[in-house]
Ligand binder design. Structure first.
Ligand code: FAD
Length: 286
């Protein structure tokens, strides 16, 4: 089923992102984690795509297996970076053959050698190409705190409108830890005439190391109450896991209470974390 159709049913959806094997992981180990997350019966699961290209075959295999073996709808991420037009056509053909109907079209992060090598300069260019190649439902990424490459949030939203006009049928946000930033962003999107469904991206932070990476990569604003959790529990792995799941669950409850129906959880391939959130929300999801 297409994600655009799922999101139009007026129901709350809680969905999960997984990533393909990285150095040192086997495909089987990651597929097993995906299987455990699939047991939560989410409306769909997404599979990230390595911007360096190294995991592209695994990304396609995992997205295909989620759909055909685990019986859960799948959202395959694809990136402009490191992917030529002909390679993109191959990947789309393979996904289509496995019944994957949903693609998250992304630019990917620009590598140090520069951008001139790309067939698709921006995600909007990839959205147009995917739409031209088959009957896919295409989504895109968005950034409540602004994308680091763009100086102004207004300019970022203008580019986002171009991406939606190119054919994006839904958007998934970058992680955020303060819901008021997301509510403010939604207001600005609607003001700009962007009216596709927006899935709130939630990252359960379950170890203190993640916090450093998150602030380096995305420059997220960290509210005092979040910092207090990390300061108090960061050195105790089990306490931090529980506190991280509880913090993410609290964010999700606040979102649902305020009418945000679609939540996408970045699981970091942790079935225990996905299950912890899911089990605390089971009555809210009915
Ligand atoms: P774009 O929409 O192309 O935007 C990139 C920047 O270019 C923005 O600053 C935008 O304002 C600007 N821009 C857009 N159009 C124009 C224009 N015409 N002229 C000038 N500037 C313009 N990365 C991966 O490698 N693999 C993944 O699987 C992955 N999954 C992700 C999932 C989510 C939910 C999110 C939020 C991000 C994900 N990323 C992933 C990261 C993403 O690839 C990076 O953040 C990347 O830097 C931007 O990608 P984009 O698709 O948002 O790019």
């Amino acid at each position: 089923m297409k994600i655009s159709e799922m999101l139009s049913k007026g129901k709350v959806t809680l969905t999960y992102e997984v990533f393909p094997p990285r150095k040192g992981d086997t495909y089987e180990a990651v597929a097993e984690k995906a299987r455990q997350i699939a047991l939560l019966a989410p409306p769909f699961m997404s599979v990230t795509y390595g911007a360096g290209g190294g995991t592209s075959d695994y990304s396609v295999s995992l997205a295909s297996d989620i759909k055909s073996r685990l019986g859960v709808e799948s959202l395959a991420h694809l990136t402009c970076v490191s992917t030529t037009r002909s390679r993109m056509a191959e990947l789309l053909r393979s996904l289509g053959e496995h019944g994957v109907e949903n693609i998250l079209a992304l630019r990917g992060d620009i590598p140090p050698e520069g951008r001139s090598v790309f067939d698709y300069p921006y995600a909007a260019d990839l959205v147009r190409d995917i739409k031209a190649q088959g009957d896919f439902c295409v989504g895109g990424a968005c950034y409540p705190e602004g994308h680091p490459d763009t100086g102004s949030k207004a300019e970022d939203i203008r580019h986002l409108k171009e991406k939606v006009d190119a054919g994006c049928e839904f958007l998934i946000t970058q992680m955020f830890f303060d819901n008021s930033i997301f509510y403010n962003f939604l207001y600005r999107l609607r003001e700009a005439g962007i009216d596709v469904p927006v899935l709130a991206g939630i990252m359960p932070v379950t170890n203190a190391r993640q916090v450093k990476r998150i602030t380096q990569l995305s420059g997220n604003f960290l509210p005092e109450k979040f910092k207090a959790v990390v300061d108090r529990f960061g050195s105790d792995p089990e306490a931090m896991r529980q506190a991280g799941v509880a913090y993410a669950t609290g964010q999700i409850i606040d979102l649902i209470a305020n009418g945000v129906d679609h939540i996408h959880v970045f699981t970091m391939n942790r079935p225990d974390v996905a299950a912890g959130i899911h089990d605390s929300l089971s009555a809210l999801l009915k």
